[in-house]
Ligand binder design. Structure first.
Ligand code: PAF
Length: 281
């Protein structure tokens, strides 16, 4: 696996692949890699000629500075994992390489519209602008044919789809289903920070989504979401939301619709905020 730390070096390497029209698959990450990330690499490996991954803990997308400071960093293990999944290139830039203008410099504001005002957008102000900024920079650099992202970050995937629309970039977004632990807990880099007790309790998010799915035809949305929210609170979670959205528009629903719907949960146990989602029909 080639490892590049500067945009110039990565650019020089990618030039011939781009000129020859090779299919480049790109997997952007913030490191602390788990099997969910490797599933993205594996899909890219199957579908593309060249697989590029990046590891960059992006400071501009953390609305909570403590979350940024404590974000797990496991570079040595990450490199071994990427190599074992046959990644061709790892881009590992510094903050000054990605933000030579400084992280607080004025930047382009993306009009993500309604998407940025609800759920994660409402609970993490500025988060999606930071995600947009870094993914835009990375896409400009790598110019991938396909971009691979995990369904666990459902709203982020919709934001990136919108970013591609806004910027007119020809990259195709590929959303890969969430990888789960054997007990159902969605894999996440933040799981590393859960105590064994918190980890055991955290399957409640998956169980809650399953409960909504199983009772979806029998009960109204408000009852289902309230029930799951109360269950989570009763075992010690601080619940940000339990919501159901239209999977195409991301409109938060009070009433069921004919189209596809997704249940989403965000809740905090101790210091760790977890998210999960599931298609309901
Ligand atoms: O999902 C993530 O890990 C990050 O938000 C991303 C897409 C790598 C941007 O920093």
């Amino acid at each position: 696996m080639y490892l590049f730390k500067t945009k110039n070096d990565l650019n020089a390497f990618l030039e011939t692949y781009k000129k020859e029209g090779k299919k480049i698959g790109f997997v952007p990450t913030m490191g602390a890699l788990h099997d969910g990330h490797l599933a993205l690499v594996t899909k890219a490996r199957i579908e593309c000629d060249l697989v590029v991954a990046s590891i960059f803990v992006n400071p501009t997308q953390f609305n909570d500075p403590k979350d940024f400071e404590k974000y797990p960093v496991t570079i040595d293990q990450d490199i071994l994992k990427l190599e074992s999944a046959w990644t061709d290139v790892l881009f590992l830039p510094s903050v000054s390489e990605m933000y030579p203008e400084g992280i607080n410099a004025p930047h382009q504001v993306y009009d993500f519209g309604y998407l940025e005002t609800v759920l994660e957008g409402a609970y993490r102000p500025g988060h999606f602008q930071g995600v947009g900024m870094i993914v835009h920079k990375l896409l400009d650099l790598v110019q991938p044919t396909r971009l691979y992202m995990g369904q666990k970050d459902f709203q982020q995937c919709m934001i990136i789809r919108k970013l591609l629309e806004i910027t007119g970039m020809p990259t195709e977004l590929v959303v890969v289903p969430t990888k789960r632990e054997p007990n159902g807990l969605a894999m996440s880099s933040r799981n590393m920070r859960l105590s064994p007790e918190e980890k055991a309790l955290s399957i409640a998010l998956y169980n809650g989504l399953n409960e909504i799915k199983q009772n979806f035809n029998q009960q109204p949305i408000s009852e289902l979401t309230m029930l799951v929210s109360n269950n989570l609170q009763s075992i010690g979670f601080q619940v940000d939301y339990v919501s159901i959205v239209n999977s195409e528009t991301f409109e938060v629903l009070d009433e069921k619709i004919d189209g596809k719907m997704v249940g989403l949960i965000a809740a905090k146990i101790g210091e760790i905020r977890l998210i999960d989602n599931m298609y309901l029909n």
